[in-house]
Ligand binder design. Structure first.
Ligand code: UCC
Length: 610
C-alpha cells in the first residue's frame, strides 16, 4: 500500500492561544479595569494569531548556537553564531513590547498583567526566547532603581525599546563553580580602576569564571563580583553592569563586536539537556570593564529584583508550557476517532476526565501566577499596600517552585493523550517538556526556594502576628473567604472550612518550624492553599457578575480542594511536623543503609506514619 492510500489521519488545528483558551479571556476581564481590558483585548487577539503563524514559523527556523573560537590564522575570535529563527524571535518580542509594555506603564499597575499575558501566549511557540527577556526584564528594573542618570539615558531605554535595531537584551551572571546557588563562594574579583571614569558608574576591572551564563548573545549583563574579603561571604559582593561588547553604544549599522572587546572569553557553550537553542556559556572574565551598581558590598541586595522577576517569568514559562501542551491535546481530541472510527476522543468520557484533571491544574496555576503578576505591577507602581508588598515576596518563590513541580507531570499526560504522535518530535510536546524541566533548576531549585520562603516568612507581619500587624496571610485569606456570598457559602461550606484549616496550618508551620524538614512540604501546602484562594476569588467574581462560566469556576475551586492535591499536602505537613529526629535518621538509613542503631518505624507516633 502506498502512503497516500488507506486511512489518512486528520491533523488537528490549534485555536488562537488567547481567545480560545478556557481561562485567559475571563481572567483578564476580572483583573483589568474595563477601559484597559477593552484596549488590550484586541492586541492580544491579534498577537495570538501571530503566535500561530509568524512565531511558529520562526521557531521552525531555529537551530543550536555555536561558537567559532579561532579563525584560520589562529586568532581568537569567539564568534557566537545564533540562528536566523532565534534572532527573528527576539526582534518580534521586542517589537511586541514584552519589555516595553511593563516599563512604559501606559496602563499603570495593570501594564504587568498585559505584558506578561503577551509573553504567556507565546510560550511553546517561541522556543526559549522568554529566557533572555526574563533577565532583560529583571535588569531593566535594577537599572530603573539604581542606574546612574547616564545609564538611564543610554542603556535603560534600549533594554525597553520596541525597535529591534536599537534594542538591547541583558544576561545575569551569578552562578560559579564552587557554590551553585550559594553565591557566598564567589571567586570573581572586582578591582576599582582609580584613573578611569565612566558616566555609568565607578569603573572596575573584573576577573573570574562564570559557570552558567545564559543569553551570551546579549549586550550587557548584571553580575556579582567580590569587592570584600573572601571571608565576608555574600556580604562582600557587589553588583556590576558589564558590557558584553565594546563600544556599547554604536551606530545602528556598525558591526556587532565580539565579547573579546571587553576581555570576555567564551570558554564553551553548555551541553544542556534542554533549552538547546539558548546560548548558555562558561565565560572567562579577564579584566572585563564593569560599572558598580548600587553600593559596594551590597550586591546581593541589589540583584534581588532580577531574581524575583526572573522567578515570576520562570513560573509563567512553566504554566505557559502546560498551556501549549494542553492546547495540542485538547485540539487532538476533536479530530482523533476511536472505537472503529465511531467515536471522537472528545466524546469519550474516560479521555475527557483525564483532560479535565490536567485542565484543573492548569487553571489553578494560571490564576496563581497572574495573581502574583498583578502584585508585581502594583508594587512597581507603588500602589501596593504594605501587606501586598510582603505577600509578593512570599508568593514569588512559592509560585516559581510549585509551577515547575506541577508542570512536567501535566505535560507528560498531554503527550500520552496523543499516543505515539505525542512522542514524535514534530508534536513539539517533547521539546516544550524538555525545555520546561530547567524551570525546576534555574533561579533556585524547589529546596533552595523553600528555604528562601522560610527566610521571607520570618519577616514581621508576613505570616504571623507581630506587635502591630495581624497575620498578612490570614488577613488576605479571610478577606477572600468572607467575601463569599451566602448561597456560595452554603454550597462550599466544607471546602471553605478546609481552606481555613490549611491557612492555619501553613502559618503554624512557618511560625514554629519544629523541624528543618518542614520547609518543602510547607511550600507545597502554601502553594495549594494560595492557588485555591485565587480560584475562589475568581469563582466569587464570576458568580456575582453573572458570568456564563460561573458554575465551571465554582466546580474548579471545589475540585481543586477535593482532588487537586491539597489534602495530601496538608497530611504531609502534619506528618513531618510531628516526626522529629527519628525520621531524619530513618531517611539516612533508607538512602545509605543501616550504619548505626535503627529507630524502628513503629516507635514513631501514628500521626507520623499517615
Ligand atoms: O545555577 C543556575 C543555572 C542553572 C542552569 C541554567 C541553564 C540554562 C538556563 C535556561 C533558562 C531558561 S540558576 C541558580 C541561580 N541562583 C539562584 O537562583 C540563587 C539562589 N540563591 C538565593 O536565592 C540566595 O538566597 C541569595 C543568593 C539571593 C542570597 O543568599 P545569601 O548569600 O545567603 O544571602 P542572605 O543573607 O540570605 O540574603 C542577603 C539579603 C537579606 O536581606 P538583609 O540583608 O536585609 O537581611 C535577604 O533577606 O538579601 C535578602 N534577600 C532577598 N530579598 C535574599 N533573597 C531575596 C529575595 N529573593 N528577595 C528580596
Amino acid at each position: 500500500m502506498r502512503v497516500e492510500q488507506g486511512f489518512q489521519p486528520t491533523p488537528y488545528t490549534e485555536g488562537n492561544p488567547f481567545t480560545t483558551d478556557p481561562v485567559l479571556p475571563n481572567l483578564l476581564k476580572r483583573l483589568l479595569p474595563r477601559d484597559v481590558h477593552e484596549e488590550v483585548y484586541g492586541d492580544l487577539e491579534r498577537f495570538g494569531l501571530k503566535v500561530l503563524t509568524t512565531l511558529h514559523d520562526l521557531t521552525s527556523k531555529t537551530s543550536e548556537p555555536r561558537v567559532v573560537q579561532y579563525d584560520q590564522w589562529g586568532r581568537r575570535i569567539d564568534d557566537l553564531q545564533t540562528s536566523e529563527g532565534w534572532r527573528g524571535l527576539k526582534a518580534q518580542m521586542q517589537e511586541e513590547g514584552v519589555i516595553g509594555i511593563p516599563f512604559e506603564r501606559k496602563y499603570g499597575e495593570f501594564s504587568r498583567v498585559y505584558g506578561f499575558m503577551k509573553q504567556f501566549i507565546a510560550i511553546g511557540d517561541s522556543d526559549v526566547i522568554s529566557c533572555p527577556f526574563a533577565m532583560t526584564d529583571g535588569t531593566s528594573r535594577v537599572l530603573e532603581l539604581v542606574g546612574s542618570p547616564a545609564v538611564k539615558r543610554d542603556i535603560f531605554p534600549r533594554l525597553t525599546s520596541r525597535d529591534p535595531s536599537l534594542a538591547f537584551t541583558a544576561g545575569q551572571w551569578m552562578t560559579e563553580r564552587p557554590g551553585g546557588s550559594d553565591v557566598s563562594q564567589t571567586e570573581t574579583i572586582a578591582r576599582p580602576v582609580s584613573n578611569a571614569s565612566s558616566p555609568y558608574g565607578p569603573v572596575y576591572r573584573i576577573d573570574g569564571f562564570k559557570w552558567f551564563s545564559s543569553a551570551t548573545d546579549s549586550d550587557i549583563a548584571v553580575a556579582l563580583a567580590r569587592t570584600g574579603p573572601p571571608e565576608s561571604g555574600s556580604r562582600g559582593l557587589s553588583l556590576f553592569l558589564i558590557p558584553l561588547r565594546r563600544p556599547l553604544i554604536r551606530p545602528v549599522d556598525a558591526p556587532r563586536p565580539p565579547a573579546l572587546t571587553n576581555n570576555i572569553k567564551i570558554h564553551r557553550l553548555k551541553n544542556k539537556f534542554g533549552t538547546k537553542i539558548l546560548p548558555t556559556a562558561e565565560l572567562s572574565l579577564e579584566g572585563a570593564e564593569g560599572y558598580l551598581l548600587g553600593e559596594v558590598n551590597q550586591g546581593v541586595k541589589f540583584i534581588t529584583p532580577v531574581l524575583n522577576i526572573t522567578r515570576i517569568h520562570s513560573a509563567l514559562t512553566s504554566v505557559g508550557s502546560i498551556r501549549k501542551c494542553l492546547a495540542i491535546a485538547t485540539a487532538y481530541s476533536s479530530v482523533r476517532a476511536i472505537s472503529g472510527g465511531r467515536q471522537l476522543l472528545k466524546d469519550n468520557v474516560l479521555h475527557v476526565a483525564e483532560l479535565a484533571r490536567a485542565h484543573l491544574t492548569y487553571r489553578a496555576l494560571t490564576h496563581f501566577v497572574f495573581g502574583v503578576v498583578l502584585l508585581l505591577g502594583k508594587t512597581e507602581c507603588k500602589v501596593a499596600t504594605d501587606d501586598e508588598v510582603l505577600r509578593l515576596r512570599l508568593l514569588t518563590p512559592a509560585v516559581k517552585a510549585f509551577a515547575a513541580d506541577k508542570a512536567s507531570g501535566v505535560m507528560e499526560e498531554c503527550m500520552t493523550m496523543l499516543g505515539g504522535q505525542g512522542y514524535m518530535e514534530e508534536s513539539r510536546i517533547g521539546t516544550v517538556l524538555k525545555d520546561a524541566m530547567v524551570e525546576k533548576i534555574w533561579e533556585g531549585t524547589t529546596t533552595v526556594l523553600s528555604l528562601d520562603m522560610v527566610r521571607a516568612a520570618a519577616k514581621p507581619g508576613v505570616l504571623h502576628a507581630s506587635a502591630s500587624t495581624i497575620s498578612n496571610m490570614h488577613q488576605w485569606a479571610n478577606t477572600i473567604v468572607s467575601s463569599c456570598p451566602a448561597d456560595l457559602v452554603h454550597r462550599l461550606a466544607e471546602r471553605l472550612a478546609t481552606l481555613r484549616i490549611c491557612v492555619t496550618e501553613v502559618i503554624s508551620a512557618y511560625t514554629n518550624p519544629s523541624t528543618p524538614l518542614l520547609s518543602r512540604p510547607t511550600l507545597a501546602l502554601f502553594a495549594y492553599t494560595t492557588s485555591a484562594l485565587y480560584l475562589l476569588e475568581h469563582a466569587i467574581w464570576a458568580h456575582e457578575s453573572g458570568e456564563a462560566t460561573a458554575n465551571t469556576d465554582i466546580e474548579v475551586f471545589r475540585r481543586w480542594i477535593d482532588e487537586g492535591g491539597l489534602l495530601p499536602a496538608l497530611q504531609d505537613v502534619r506528618r513531618v511536623k510531628t516526626a522529629g529526629a527519628d525520621r531524619t535518621k530513618m531517611d539516612a538509613e533508607i538512602v545509605y543503609g543501616n550504619t548505626s542503631t535503627t529507630q524502628v518505624v513503629d516507635d514513631l507516633p501514628i500521626s507520623a506514619r499517615l
